[in-house]
Design a protein around this ligand. Sequence first.
Ligand code: C2E
Ligand code: MG
Ligand code: MG
Length: 747
Amino acid sequence: MPSRAGRRWAAGLAGLSVAAVAGQVIGLLDRESGPWITILTLVVLDVVGAVCCFRAARRSGTKPGAWWLIAAGRLTEIVTFGLYAVAQSTGGTFWLAAMMISRTAMYVCFALGAFGAGLGHFRGRRRAALVAEVGTVLGAGFMAIWYVALEPVLAHESPRLLWIGTIAWPLGDLLMLTAVAAIILRGAVTRFAAPVTVYTVGIGIWAVADILMTRTAATHSDVGNMVAGWMLIAAGVLVTAAPLVALSSARDLSHHPRITKAPAWSTYLPMVAMICGGLFMLAVTLIERQFMPWGGLVLGLTLMTCAAAGRQMLSLRDSRALLITDALTGLANRAGLDDGLDRAMKRGEHPAILLIDLDGFKLVNDAYGHAVGDAYLVHVAHQLRGGIRGKSTIARIGGDEFAVLLTEIVNDEQAGAVCKRLLASMAAHPVVVDDDTLPVRASIGAAVHEPGLDDKTLIRRADVAMYQSKRAGSHGFTLYQPGMVDRRAADAAIADDLQQALGRNEMKVVYQPIVDTATGHALGAEALLRWQHTVRGLIRPDEFIPVAERSGTIIPIGLWVLEQALIQLLACREEMYISVNLSPRQLREPTIVHDVLAVLERTGAPARRLILEITESALVDDNSGIAALHELRSHGIRIAVDDFGTGYSSLQYLTRLPVDILKIDRSFVAELDGSPEGAAVTTAIIHLATVLRLRTIAEGIETPAQADELRILGCTTGQGYLYAKPLTPEELATRVRAEKLSAARTD
Ligand code: C2E
Ligand code: MG
Ligand code: MG
């Protein structure tokens, strides 16, 4: 946002520009006063420009040097005009020579000012490369200046004092053009509204106008003189505008020179200069009627130069593409993503970032080798390409991490819809390796751009969301919400404390009855873990189970829960069962069957009274667990799919999995409102279970209406706050005893 003072200055400059144009128009009508009007306009611009530069230098704090040099340049131009006026009125050569020296100093000041603005320091080979590139541009510039300005003077005039000016001025222009080329080649010119861009364009026009003026002075061309005058005024306005841009915004002359990320067009400058130089030589050979004997030679050389420059441009394009492309998948890499995001931000294209982390990729790599791992990644890249429409950048930014840059995303819903589409497409297209089908699953974090947000913050937000998604379980997405914190540090602390939690007796198991919804009597109970931390108080399973899962502590803790639950089971009625959650990590343990059977044996609990709950993603993610489930089932243990319907798994899996019960996730139960739409998913699950001869248990029943609707739909078993919250072992025992008594009474 421009400051108030900045707006005032900008308005002043606009007024000045209008006055300058008016002056030039008057100059057109009155040829006598024309040059003086141009000089007067330039002097006024110089005064305003110098004042603005002083102010910008004072504001800039750390690097005022470039502003001081530009201010000095403008002052020397005023001095030059003063000396010109004196020389004109006195006719003395001394004043003329002084004027020449003063104007030469102006070029030096402007050029040094440009060099000081945003050039930074290159080292070693990169510095040599820059010098070579600037040298190429300098060579082409010298050819033009030689023909236009130097040669006519040197060939036609005898040496005298004024030579200083006639030779030094074109060389001064060349110096300014070199400075322009150096700034462009460094990649400092990336935004139009930056002081360095305005200044660079300004002195570029200045130098060209000056060369034109020298030429027209020799040829006495009125039109040329007029065009040069207009150009000089435009250059004066731009060089004045540069400090104004700095004053009206927070940017300084050397603000963020993007040295490493020069825009593509700027790197082509030396090649363009080579081609121009060659064509220029050819043109001069023709204009000067020197075709014999030079024509053929120049033509050949020009052809060579153009071909070499063209080849060089292609190589540059190739190496640029290599720099921003991921070799394995052909997607963009991190640099390509950064480029795309940078561009989308600058153009105001409403970007959003999705960070996609594959779940279980390491397992694929470990089990099938790197060649299959690579093919898997290429498959994912293909899925992403197919799932994303319109102008977006898709990148692989790490081993199994992908990113999608979306544009024209104005709200979370749009980003969420893309996430859902991608997850569904991945789930529907597993990778087939020989006889095995490897599911493709991922955790996605998404962040939508907001005004004022920079690219780094946007990516960090997506990363925070991705971590949340990852810890919430496999194959899901999380949209960044304001206030969402990066849980990595907190999780690390929890992981530390978890090591000692069992030893310190901080873990407790509570039991939520699973009831017959017709009678409300408990048929069984689900064991749910609680962590009573000595300092932090009660920590919910959602907070610590994902951490225990990652760190592996879930393995001893899970077996401990199983043991506690089986001990508790023995205190219940004989026909009751106990349901214990088994985490994906536990299922992957090679000794899991042995461990579960050992606990059954130790406690003396019968296997038919145990249900193991496994989340859908654990079943789908890892084929190795399925064999273990088959074995557990062969011992009479039943398997339930927990939170069924939330895992994006293909239903095809279900027909092949060793499963007895589907637990309908509470999010679907919460939707039951008597309408067919609300009951859609629950109805589908119950139908599916009937066809596959599975039983269903509804989770999270909170109202009698939900229980009634579930019964009508065909599900008569469930758990939820309507019947009981998770109970302590004592509370459960009391409840079971009471039910036993009431059952005995009714008998
Ligand atoms: P889950 O296995 O789906 O467990 C059901 C969750 O729903 C429990 O949350 C339970 O307290 C809650 N719940 C039950 N009825 C209602 C209701 O009517 N309304 C609402 N809003 N919620 C209800 P809890 O105890 O916080 O457990 C959360 C999750 O943590 C569990 O989801 C399970 O995935 C995991 N978990 C808990 N204990 C263990 C364990 O011992 N081992 C493993 N691996 N995971 C566990
Ligand atoms: Mg459960
Ligand atoms: Mg559940």
